[in-house]
Design a protein around this ligand. Sequence first.
Ligand code: ARG
Length: 575
Amino acid sequence: FFRRKVAAQLCRIFGHKEDAFIPAISAIPVSKKQISPDLQLSVSFLVNNGFLSSDGDFKTKTELLARQLKPDGVIEEVIPSRGGIHFRINKIILAKRLLEQLQKDPQGFGVQSELFRGLHGRRTLVEFSSPNIAKKFHAGHLRSTIIGNFISNLKAALRNEVIRVNYLGDWGMQFGLLGAGFQRLGSQDKLRDNPLQHLFDVYVQINREAENDEAIQEAAREFFRCLEQGDEQSLSLWKQFREITIEEYQRIYKRLGVHFDHYSGESFHQKKTLDVLQQLRDRGLLTVTEKGTGVVDVSPAGDMSSYATVQRSDGTSLYITRDIAAALDRKEKYDFDEMIYVTDKSQAVHFRQLFQILQAMQHPWAERCHHVPFGLVQGMSTRRGEVVFLEDVLDEARNRMLRNMNQSRTTKDLDDPEETAEKVGVSALIVQDFQGPITSDYKFDWDRVLQSRGDTGVFLQYTHARLRSLIRMHDGGEETSCDPLHLQDKRSILILQHLLRYDEVLYQCNQELQPRYLVNFLMTLCHLVASAHKELPVKGSSPAVAQARLHLFGGACTVLANGMAILGIKPVDKM
Ligand code: ARG
């Protein structure tokens, strides 16, 4: 709204069509300096959009332009400065419009912005989590799970149609080893009681034994060959592993509040790999090496200085072959506008090669496939030692949180402290993970994660619960009006100004597919709310002032809850 007003002013003078200008004015980056509702248009922006000519004395010209711009009800003052033109926004209108909007359409706040017009109705496929069956579910899979969930939530909030896919690592040589291992060491009883643990134990031990035992290695190869050839007995054992593991994972995903539209593992696409190889051959992209392997040239100069292996000498498929098949299949099934893969950064080369091969196969949509890489988490361990299963991390977070909460006096009033501890524990994990650039590695630290002061998920939850309790306490149930005149003090204006930036923050998150902008935004909001709690009491104020403040806190609570939901955090009402 405010941008539109500024745009209208400029367009009036220049006779530009307003519609054309709004995307440009909307794309002004989030100001890193002092938050403010005012708009600052830099000289370079004015030049790039044809409002100033690029020659001559900018200072005089900006002043001239500023004098032509008329303040109106919304823009109180137009101030030329060295860097450009400053538009001061009317703060009463700010308070009124913002709180009205928040009340009328709490879910639509921010996400209905002009900034996202181009995104509506586009289809995005997000592939994330993708653990390997029967292998360790390492911290990397947790990262992929929560980052992928964030990206999916964000896109969905911006009115994209999102398809969430879990690409299970359920095929490959390791299943030969696991199958052969299970035939020797496995027990159906243990598999029923504690499947992940048992499969993992079998896998670890058979790996160790296979190192010095040629016979086991041969048995593993034989088992995998049987699988690839569709041998029923081997397949039924493999199926059992797969189903049990998926069930276990689903329980964990539920705790994290994550869901998938499809589980399509590597095994599913394995069947199409022969097709893929044929297509590569037909297009003259496949070369057979002296060793009998099939490779595709991915070197910049086309001289085979780097290549991707797509077929083993025994004819079996590889990771990348299955990925090519999966991409083709998804395009056909879902006709996505964009596809996003979330994995740790060690797979960057793999995805570069994958996209390159798809391009070479004449699929222009390969340009709209993106890899979102993330860094490593070090030192994620629990009381039982280094993390093997994600569930242990979730349990540890919940138990530690429960212990912390028991030391605080409010916990006694909770109906279900365990459930609250679980939600707060998970938010702590998520916030710690999202605080920096996701490409960075970081060191996991339980004490820091669960602190209630400082910028943690616990602090976000605490602020949300406090706001909810304030609203509960004073909610008369009836529709009340809010007089913006009572929200002109510094604290209130700071909060309002901050809320006004919500859409820009989402915009930046979406541009870079990075959650940290939203995390920082919500942290700042919580700090602003914390100071306002003290200085803007509701209790004891005159009814009109109390009402206005409740509206303000209510608005802050809505944006906080919406933002948390995008991050993948379930806000708690009490803690
Ligand atoms: N299962 C793989 C792993 O754990 C990740 C899969 C990534 N996705 C893909 N399409 N290759 O390393």
